[in-house]
Design a protein around this ligand. Structure first.
Ligand code: NAD
Length: 483
């Protein structure tokens, strides 16, 4: 199936008529073409967005909220079609797309449909000076949203929904590796009555299409989720133009397990936090640190549970682990397994590619557990972003904390303990943007979401996202005293 750019409410071919292949990773075959857009396409998208801005930014909150709600409802109505498209494009199990990706995309719109009606600004009375200050929060104008391939519609809408709720018009680019559900979103927006030009979706490579969005002088803010290296590049391009930037980047998250935790819940959750979406979630706990007292028991139980996971065709409802997103990414993930021994690691389970019947050319890999003894090894320092976790033991709280923080990343951490004092000490000292205690991936969309250190700059979610997508302006009015 071929897809087109969505500009000014219409589906159009790329101006230069260049196309890229789109792969189905579950069978390793091309199943369609996507626009290989150039800066001319981005310019058209920008012009449509700029034209729509004055009217969209003046719609009432009720109108905007109703349209966002309608989009949310239509996403849910088309859940099966969208989930099937996401699974085919990305390789993720259909069950995951149905339970997580698509419902969350709908929630993103519904959440910001509600949040915009509650978003308020501050006012300050300067007593004795006869003055009142208040803050106007106005939409920025045309903004750029660029998203990755791991949670395609989920993360694409996580940016678009607050941007348009706040009154901006958007030029958006999904990952060229997983463009399909973004394409389908265009149709949904038209059906929901989103005015033309408010959202424009341009497909293509990061180095050309993405670069053109970031480098566009009149696209004043960029919300980006993707790799740390790309984020650094984007920051460099955007800085001289003083663009507002929100960068949600990579992670190397610790999963810290103490002997006093609820063991069964921890074990079950740790299987999920290690391998959900083939380990391709920025929040996966890829470094499992286990208190020495229970290390051997955990190792045995974890290997057993992981060995029960079914690697298979993503469209099969019983599949736990689907295909890796691309041949290139499979090779990257495998290359880390290949250096495990030379990095001082020992493969405890997995490590091999898997051949699935009737999907022989698909990109499948066993869930892989590697035991390491040195946190400075590449397996513990570099983001692998696949179904590969490392195990390491620790003796004391201090050692666990040091190991957890000993990485350039700082996105999330998971802590398993029933000790309140330890919970508070770790919560204060872990250098991450998100900490889950006795759970994982429990999301409340009101919370600030983002990372510290090389995991990013800024926060999304809740009012943080609405603040990002608005420009605060201070108005100071002095009035006269009664004569
Ligand atoms: P990526 O950085 O390669 O690409 C992300 C997006 O940026 C894609 O749409 C791509 O086309 C575009 N892009 C690439 N080069 C660009 C450029 N020069 N200018 C503008 N856009 C450009 O990342 P990926 O491989 O698609 O995604 C995986 C990464 O995303 C992992 O590092 C993962 O941790 C990270 N991620 C982070 C979060 C988070 O919330 N922190 C969430 C999901 C994924």
């Amino acid at each position: 199936m071929n897809i087109q750019n969505y500009i000014n409410g219409e589906f159009v071919n790329p101006i230069k008529n260049n196309w890229l292949d789109n792969y189905n990773p579950s069978i390793g075959e091309v199943y369609g073409q996507i626009p290989n857009s150039t800066k001319e396409d981005v310019e058209n998208a920008y012009l449509a967005a700029a034209k729509a801005f004055s009217s969209w930014s003046n719609t009432t909150l009720e109108e905007r909220s109703n349209i966002l709600s309608k989009i949310a409802h239509l996403i849910l109505e088309k859940l099966d079609v969208l989930a099937a498209a996401e699974s085919k494009d990305n390789g993720k199990p259909i069950s995951l797309a149905k339970q997580v990706d698509i419902p969350r995309a709908a929630s993103n719109f519904q959440f910001f449909a509600n949040a915009i009606t509650q978003f308020s600004s501050e006012s300050h009375e300067s007593i004795g000076l006869n003055a009142v200050n208040f803050t106007l929060r106005q939409p920025i104008g045309v903004v750029g949203c660029i998203s990755p391939w791991n949670l395609p519609l989920y993360l694409f809408t996580w940016k678009i929904a607050p941007a348009i709720a706040a009154g901006n018009c958007v030029v958006a680019k999904p990952s060229e590796i997983t463009p399909m559900t973004a394409y389908l979103l265009g149709e949904i927006c038209n059906e929901a009555g989103l005015p033309e030009g408010v959202l424009n979706i341009v497909h293509g490579l990061g180095s050309t299409t993405g670069q053109a969005i970031v480098a566009h002088p009149n696209i004043k803010a960029i919300s980006f989720t993707g790799g740390t290296k790309t984020g650094a590049h984007i920051a460099k391009v955007a800085a001289p133009m003083f663009k507002k930037l929100s960068l949600e980047l990579g992670g190397k998250n610790p999963n810290i397990i103490f002997a006093d935790c609820n063991y069964d819940k921890m074990l079950e959750t740790t299987v999920r936090s290690s391998f959900a979406n083939q380990g391709q979630i920025c929040l996966c706990g890829s470094r499992i640190l286990v208190e020495e007292k229970i290390y051997e028991k955990f190792k045995k139980d974890f290997i057993k549970k992981v060995s029960e996971l079914k690697v298979g065709n993503p469209s099969d409802n019983s599949t736990n682990i689907g295909a890796i997103v691309s041949a290139e990414h499979l090779e990257k993930v495998k290359s880390y397994i290949d250096i495990a021994e030379q990095e001082g690691g020992r493969i405890l389970f997995g490590g091999n590619k898997v051949i699935i019947k009737n999907c022989e050319n698909g990109y499948y890999l066993q869930p892989t557990i590697i035991e390491v003894t040195n946190n400075r090894c590449r397996l513990n320092q570099e983001e692998i972003f696949g179904p590969v976790v490392t195990l390491m033991s620790f003796k004391t709280d201090k050692e666990a904390l040091t190991l957890a923080n000993d990485t350039k990343y700082g996105l999330s951490a998971t802590l398993w303990t029933n000790n309140l004092n330890r919970t508070m000490q770790f919560s204060k000292q872990l250098q991450t943007g998100i900490i889950w205690v006795n759970t994982w991936m429990l999301r409340d969309l009101r919370t600030p979401f983002g990372g510290q250190k090389d995991s990013g700059v800024g926060r999304e979610g809740g009012f943080e996202a609405l603040r990002f997508f608005t420009e605060p302006k201070n108005i100071c009015i002095q009035y006269e005293s009664p004569s």
